[in-house]
Design a protein around this ligand. Structure first.
Ligand code: ASC
Length: 230
């Protein structure tokens, strides 16, 4: 009813604000405090990594998770909404993949080892599992030959692992942010709280707030899309 709709709009607005401000923050981080953006094997190429993770992997995956809950889409066909959900997740996956290439390129050019940190292990695991989720879900939910029994049986896993991956990617981003502040800040160092450190810490808080708002919206059963008849 009306009250519930007002609550939905309030939480959705909060989620949108946290997400959009996170993207503005990561752009200001790399463009103002850091070396900007480039594709030359240098730090400008590394900087695509946080930009594409936050605007791509995190923001677009969060949007995909809640897209069925937007009341103004309930008149659209279920199939169209499934394509929008899949398309947002595919775009998130492409951003995450380019973002991985950016770090590997940067490391290789600077002779920094790859895949030694916990951030890198969990990040690569998340990317691989996200890809697996997309492939299995396209087969099960978009292929016409897939039986209704598969669709129903896989749905709790699809939803649980979708939410888990979204939360995990935010946690992995927080590790990456912390690493970068420890590695990247010298004179004054991270422990001396220069303006960049405080700014980026705030960005981490915004990412957590975005994650919580998206997971709140996606776990309110009363805000679910009404089942399509026939
Ligand atoms: C689909 C679809 C759903 C689920 C449901 C099984 O393909 O559109 O809503 O699978 O039928 O949980």
């Amino acid at each position: 009813e009306m009250e519930s709709y007002k609550h939905f709009l309030a939480v959705l607005s909060a989620a949108a604000a946290f997400g959009i401000v996170s993207i503005i923050f990561v752009l200001r981080w790399v463009l103002h405090y850091r070396e900007g953006l480039a594709w030359d094997g240098g730090l400008g190429e590394f900087n695509w990594h946080p930009v594409l993770q936050i605007s791509g992997f995190i923001f677009l995956n969060g949007a995909a998770i809640i897209v069925f809950r937007l009341p103004w889409t309930w008149r659209c066909s279920k199939l169209i909404m499934k394509f929008i959900h899949a398309g947002l997740n595919l775009a998130a996956f492409i951003c995450a993949t380019i973002s991985f290439v950016a770090v590997f390129d940067f490391h290789n050019a600077a002779q920094i080892p790859n895949m030694y940190s916990l951030h890198s292990w969990l990040g690569l695991a998340a990317l691989v599992l996200f890809c697996l989720q997309i492939v299995l879900s396209v087969i099960i939910y978009l292929m016409p030959f897939s039986p209704a029994s598969w669709r129903a049986a896989f749905m709790p896993l699809h939803v649980f692992f979708g939410r888990s991956l979204f939360g995990s990617v935010i946690a992995v981003a927080l590790m990456g942010i912390t690493e970068k502040l420890i590695f990247g800040l010298s004179n004054p160092k991270y422990k001396d709280s220069p303006p960049e450190a405080v700014f980026v810490n705030v960005m981490g808080v915004l990412l957590v707030a975005y994650g919580v708002a998206i997971l709140w919206i996606s776990t309110r059963t009363s805000w679910k899309r009404p089942n399509d008849l026939a």
